[in-house]
Design a protein around this ligand. Structure first.
Ligand SMILES: Nc1ncnc2c1ncn2[C@@H]1O[C@H](COP(=O)(O)OP(=O)(O)OP(=O)(O)O)[C@@H](O)[C@H]1O
Length: 276
């Protein structure tokens, strides 16, 4: 079996909350992403999913433990050259694409900026051609490229964010609730796009989500997090069809689906952590 493209071992990250209180966002987290696959990280709000994603891409430091990407340990650093090297391997797409877009510039500007950083071989005309190629890859046109963010829908902006990530030609994309804010039909289209891009570019995805229907649609493997720890892991069908942990069963039981009726108290039980 091939080496994992991401290997996370014994990661710990505690946040101090003041007055002596602290929260263990990551508490001895070990997991791996197999090349060319999608690993979903699920769990309720506050379970540590985003912290894991942020440590992997280098936006957050860990207190201890290690992250290896494509066989090389990545150390916490603010050195520009090292961050650029990491960005070449791993890019992140967030829930809100607005963060990487400048309201007063055409959305193509954000891709142009990435190309300046990662494709010094391209001149202005080369970058423009590449921008249009990337827009085409994500199902957008020149008209979209020249539009300002305010003129695009949520789904179109998320496509721009994906094009921006692709501009660095990464091996891995970390997606943090990247389709969570989209309407279900738009969400399905963006998931289809992500599946196509994964196949075409041999990408691997670390997919942070609270939405189990999304996990079924796109992921191969899944880890379930609770209060900073991974409490269950396996293939999607192992975990979602044959969950071993009571907490995973509660997550599945409380997930909205067609014909779903909320079970009284289940959500409170989940959030309160009682009886699991
Ligand atoms: N910068 C920070 N300072 C203090 N506490 C933090 C910080 N970042 C995260 N936390 C805490 O760490 C825990 C894990 O947060 P994290 O955002 O990783 O969870 P999550 O599963 O991604 O939740 P959500 O789905 O709501 O984003 C939470 O208790 C959160 O309040």
């Amino acid at each position: 079996m091939s080496e994992p493209i991401i290997q996370v071992e014994h990661l710990k990250r505690t946040f101090k909350l003041g007055r002596g209180a602290s929260v263990a966002a990551l508490d001895d987290v070990t997991c791996e992403l197999r090349p060319g696959t999608c690993l979903a990280v699920v769990g309720e709000s506050g379970s540590g999913k985003s912290t894991l994603a942020r440590v992997v891409v280098g936006l957050e430091r860990a207190d201890s433990g290690s992250v290896r990407i494509a066989g090389t340990e990545v150390k916490p650093t603010t050195a520009r050259s090292a961050l650029r090297e990491r960005a070449k391997l791993v890019q992140m797409v967030f829930q809100d694409p607005q963060g990487s877009l400048n309201r007063s510039l055409p959305v193509s500007a954000t891709i142009d900026e990435m190309l300046r950083a990662h494709r010094p071989d391209l001149d202005r005309a080369g970058r423009r051609a590449r921008v249009l190629e990337l827009f085409d890859e994500v199902g957008l046109t020149e008209r979209h490229a020249d539009a300002k963010p305010g003129a695009l829908s949520g789904g179109q902006k998320q496509r721009v964010a994906i094009a921006r990530a692709l501009a660095a030609e990464p091996k891995i994309i970390v997606l943090d609730e990247a389709v969570s804010a989209l309407d279900v039909s738009v969400q399905a289209q963006v998931l289809d796009l992500l599946k196509r891009l994964r196949a075409e570019h041999g990408l691997s995805y670390l997919f942070i989500t609270h939405d189990l229907s999304v996990v079924r649609d796109i992921a191969d493997d899944v880890v379930v997090m609770r209060t900073g720890r991974i409490i269950e892991r396996g293939t999607v069908s192992d975990v979602l069809d044959r969950p071993q942990e009571p907490y995973t069963r509660l997550l599945i039981a409380s997930a909205p689906r067609p014909g779903w009726k909320p079970q009284r108290g289940l959500r409170d039980t989940l959030l309160g952590g009682a009886a699991v």
